[in-house]
Every structure is written in C-alpha cells, then in structure tokens.
Design a protein around this ligand. Structure first.
Ligand SMILES: Nc1nc2c(ncn2[C@@H]2O[C@H](COP(=O)(O)OP(=O)(O)OP(=O)(O)O)[C@@H](O)[C@H]2O)c(=O)[nH]1
Ligand SMILES: [Zn+2]
Length: 184
C-alpha cells in the first residue's frame, strides 16, 4: 500500500527545497494532506479492474455499445502534473455486456495511477478484452496535459487524442467509421 510516512517526509523535503518554512501555519498540515490525497489519486495502483468487470449480463444482440464523455483526471508520470479530459469506450459484445458504470470504473482504476495517455488508453482496452471477451474494443481519450499548459511549452487548450483498437476494430474499418458517426 501507499507509504504515508514516506510521502510526508518527501513533501517536507520538497517544501524545504523550494525554500519554504515547513513549520509555518499554512504548511504545517500540508505533508499530511498530500499523503492522504495521494491515497486517492494513486489508489488505482491497488485496485484490479477485473474485480469491477466480473459481473456480466447476457445479450442476444451484439450491437456496438458506446459510453462516451467519461470525465477523468490522471497524472503524467514525467512531471507529476494532472492531465484530464474525456474517455470514450466502444465495444462489440459477444453475447455478454457489463453494467455501464463499470466502464467508468475501469477508467478510474487506470487513471488513478502515474500514467502516459497512450498507456492509459491501452490498459482500458486490454482490461475489457480480457474480462468480456468481446468481438472488439475501441478506446479514445481526449485530454489536456498541464505539463503542456502551465509550464514548458505553455500551450493551453491543446488536446492530445489517443485511440486504441483491439479485435474486430483492427480488421474492419467500417466499425471505426460507425464509432465516429455515433460519436457525433
Ligand atoms: N507520449 C506522452 N508524452 C507525454 C505525456 N505526458 C507528458 N508527456 C511529455 O513527456 C515529455 C517529457 O520530455 P522531457 O524532454 O524528458 O522533459 P521536459 O524537458 O520537461 O520537456 P518539456 O515539456 O518539453 O519542457 C514532454 O514532451 C511532455 O509533453 C503522455 O501522456 N504521453
Ligand atoms: Zn508531463
């Protein structure tokens, strides 16, 4: 599990490094707050997406399911700054579906870790492929990276878009076209 003591020590060091007085009133509880916050932000490391995806429901029609505009907040592993936006998940069932909320839960499990957007996109797709054994999965993520906006190159409003396809989406281009039509 997350080592709260280590995080508190590290935050004190960071504050000292900045040149702050770690004992001043406004900062006194900050190491403790950050340790608790990290439990929340990085709690996905200690969760298994398969736990959320194990309950499935039988369906007769294997038509494409899309859950779009799933908002998420994650952290870029290079700068420890947030990136956030929307995830869209499409899949073509093969006789079974999951509860819709479980798609958003899957996004949460992988977003609450240190991430790269490309990797986050792929992990969501792979978790669905593994649990549901669907005919295909497509995951698209649109996000703004704060390491691109508040520092460095400073390009607010720029969006990073990633798409990962698995199964039938790789073989059949019409399915991707159908996804983009349904997204409109
Ligand atoms: N591929 C990818 N890159 C990311 C992601 N999040 C942040 N980055 C990039 O990671 C790169 C790290 O580059 P470095 O040159 O090692 O670090 P840096 O000097 O801080 O880079 P600058 O941001 O250009 O100032 C930057 O180009 C970031 O924009 C992500 O999710 N995926
Ligand atoms: Zn970054």
């Amino acid at each position: 599990m997350i080592d709260q003591e280590k995080i508190k020590q590290a935050v004190r060091l960071l504050l000292e490094g900045i040149g702050e007085d770690v004992n001043r009133e406004g900062l006194a509880e900050t190491p403790d707050r950050i340790a608790r916050m990290y439990e929340e932000l990085y709690g996905g490391m200690y969760e298994d997406a398969q736990e959320h995806l194990k309950k499935t429901f039988h369906v007769d029609d294997n038509e494409m399911v899309i859950e779009k505009d799933i908002t998420f907040y994650s952290t870029c592993e290079h700068h420890l700054l947030p990136f956030y936006g929307k995830a869209h998940i499409a899949y073509i069932p093969d006789g079974k579906v999951v509860g819709l909320s479980k798609l958003a839960r899957t996004v949460e499990v992988f977003a609450r870790r240190l991430q790269l957007q490309e990797q986050l996109t792929g992990q969501i797709a792979d978790a669905l492929m593994e649990s549901l054994r669907p005919k295909g999965v497509l995951v698209m993520i649109e996000a703004e990276h704060m390491c691109m906006t508040m520092r460095g190159i400073k390009k607010p409003g720029s969006q990073t878009v990633t798409v990962v396809k698995r199964g039938a989406f790789l073989e059949n281009k019409e399915l991707t076209d159908q996804f983009f039509q349904m997204m409109r």
